[in-house]
Design a protein around this ligand. Structure first.
Ligand SMILES: NC(=O)c1ccc[n+]([C@@H]2O[C@H](COP(=O)([O-])OP(=O)(O)OC[C@H]3O[C@@H](n4cnc5c(N)ncnc54)[C@H](O)[C@@H]3O)[C@@H](O)[C@H]2O)c1
Length: 356
């Protein structure tokens, strides 16, 4: 079951990277041609701002508790290591919520699958650090100064070796962080354990139920004697939770950073309704996100995701890619390199010409 869910998730990574959400029908065409065989894709459940009442919309699915599917952040899912979570199958059945765990310093201010995996997770983080020189040089530049002293960041992102480097950088710069996962499948348990061992208040594990998902977010936000003053979100669920359950927290929030287009869309809805009372930054407005992450990272992950979900050969397959923007360009290049016959739909004449 885990493997199937995992694969379904990876397919979604590719789809969401290549297309805007409104373009899913285009990929339905791909499915019809036999490239997508994962039933979970069509059974995905999304949680989003539904209307001005800010109610959740939940589409019931057959998979029940395990079916919540979130958009995937590019940076956190590209490496091979992100795809693998080395879970000790012996404790699979016990919910982390039912376990009493402490790290080596005696703290139990976290909830992860298995704290004993911390050492292995640390090695993964160290490997990721080698490829994340900008953040590492930020740490060096701060040289023990704490430019983020006073920042209390509540975060909700994928929890992988790469995001761990980000979280630990924020901590190294003086921020206090409490973190949960924005996706119920993508957490690398060993990395979450390493963060917990390092003293980060992390609440996440791979294969959370929907109830677990919100419980983890709540544990991050709702803590006696600690109140966040910044939100770092990927998908908007955390922001929404704070908005719905703890609106007073916004009185202290200095700003929101949102990674995903979906989350930004939700923020725009709030803004239009006159309910966005703090500044928000759209990570996609960053040129490095658009021109590097969207293009090159999607170029790599599309194949990884499709291969994992379908296990088919792509040479000679007919593939439709909807949109030839940064993501579409990357995906097309990768698919063509495998010998697929790529069809592109595009409404922008310039992009359409580029695709020609
Ligand atoms: N999941 C992820 O990790 C991830 C990462 C990056 C981007 N994305 C998503 O991928 C999508 C594309 O991102 P991008 O950076 O390439 O955006 P982009 O704006 O560069 O490209 C989108 C392209 O789609 C075209 N388009 C719009 N409506 C169309 C339609 N009806 N039919 C055909 N083409 C149409 C546009 O003209 C544009 O060229 C975004 O929605 C973004 O959210 C996901």
């Amino acid at each position: 079951m885990d493997a199937i869910s995992h694969l379904g998730n990876f397919f979604k990574i590719c789809v969401t990277r290549a297309l805007t959400q409104t373009y899913f029908s285009g990929w339905g065409g791909v499915e019809a041609q036999g490239i997508c065989r994962d039933p979970d894709v069509s059974r995905e459940k999304q949680i989003q701002f539904a209307d001005d009442m800010q109610e959740f919309t939940k589409f019931p699915t057959k998979t029940g508790r395990r079916s919540l599917s979130r958009s995937i952040s590019q940076s956190s899912t590209d490496s091979y290591s992100s795809a693998a979570s080395y879970t000790d199958s012996s404790d699979d059945e016990v919910s982390p919520r039912d376990k009493q765990q402490t790290n080596s310093k005696g703290s139990s201010n976290f909830c992860v699958k298995n704290i004993k995996q911390a050492e292995f997770g640390r090695r993964e983080i160290e490997i990721a650090e080698q490829d994340m020189s900008a953040l590492i040089s930020l740490r060096k530049r701060a040289q023990g100064e704490k430019p983020l002293a006073g920042a209390k960041i509540v975060g909700c992102t994928h929890i992988t070796a790469q995001t761990a480097v980000l979280i630990e950088t924020l901590c190294a710069l003086g921020a206090q962080c409490r973190w949960s996962a924005c996706n119920i499948y993508s957490t690398q348990n060993e990395v979450a354990a390493a963060l917990a061992e390092a003293g980060v208040a992390v609440f996440a594990w791979k294969g959370e139920s929907e109830d677990d998902f919100w419980w983890c977010i709540d544990r991050c936000v709702n803590m006696d004697g600690w109140q966040a003053n910044m939100i770092l979100d990927d998908g908007g669920d955390l922001t929404h939770w704070v908005y719905k359950k703890y609106p007073n927290v916004f009185k202290k929030i200095r700003g929101i950073v949102e990674e995903s287009v979906t989350g930004v869309h939700r923020l725009y809805q709030l803004s239009k309704a006159g309910k966005l009372c703090v500044p928000a930054m759209n990570v996609n407005d960053s040129v490095t996100k658009q021109k590097f992450d969207n293009l090159y990272c999607c170029r790599e992950s599309i194949l990884d995701g499709l291969k994992r979900t379908t296990d088919v050969m792509f040479g000679g397959k007919q593939v439709v890619v909807c949109g030839y923007g940064e993501v579409g360009k990357g995906c097309c290049a990768a698919l063509k390199a495998l010998g697929a016959i790529v069809y592109i739909t595009e409404i922008d004449p310039i992009c359409a010409l580029q695709a020609w």
